[in-house]
Design a protein around this ligand. Structure first.
Ligand code: ADP
Length: 165
């Protein structure tokens, strides 16, 4: 069974992420989308890790070989525990490239059985990031070009709550 992991913050999941999830799921027997909890950023972000997992589960419900999880482990150790040999990363622009290649080398050193595969962002989503979504939500913009429709309301409501704090 060929298992791959697609790690990220997913705060929140965007249409760019979902595009990578669908394409990667078509390449492997199982794809684990893992919300990685960075120990320095545990309490920051728009959504808690549990909320991000729940939203990811909702938007990937119809994809039978996609599983959603979260972890605060080192990614290389998490992959070993899950018996995954591949990490999937999405590349938006050249600016993503340098850091992602560096991470791929580090992860390969920590877990030599682990390889990283890059999928180029689909042209329509090269501009899209979770930060852009959060910024747009704060200004009350229409989010339908940015996030899956199942979570639009969650993002709008959270942005409103955070504005009124
Ligand atoms: P963001 O930068 O949106 O906060 P994450 O840290 O959650 O994203 O990213 C997880 C993975 O998804 C990374 O490999 C990142 O390069 C990729 N990714 C993020 N947005 C897109 C997009 N619009 N198209 C393709 N890949 C993306």
């Amino acid at each position: 069974m060929k298992t791959a992991i697609y790690p990220g913050s997913f705060d929140p999941v965007t249409l760019g992420h979902l595009n990578i999830i669908k394409r990667a799921a078509a390449c492997f027997d199982k794809l684990i989308v893992c919300v990685m909890v960075n120990s320095n950023k545990r309490n920051s972000g728009m959504f808690t890790p549990q909320e991000r997992v729940e939203m990811l589960r909702r938007v990937t419900e119809k994809l039978p070989n996609v599983e959603v999880d979260f972890s605060d482990e080192l990614l290389a150790s998490y992959a070993k525990r899950k018996r995954a040999r591949v990490l999937v990363k999405g590349l938006r622009a050249v600016s993503d490239f340098e850091q992602e290649v560096q991470m791929a080398i580090v992860n390969g050193k920590l877990n030599p059985k682990l390889d990283t595969m890059f999928l180029p962002s689909s042209e329509k989503y090269t501009y899209l990031s979770s930060s852009v979504v959060k910024e747009m939500a704060r200004y009350g913009a229409d989010l339908s070009d940015f996030v899956p429709r199942e979570i639009i309301q969650d993002v709008e409501e959270r942005a409103r709550e955070q504005q009124s704090l």
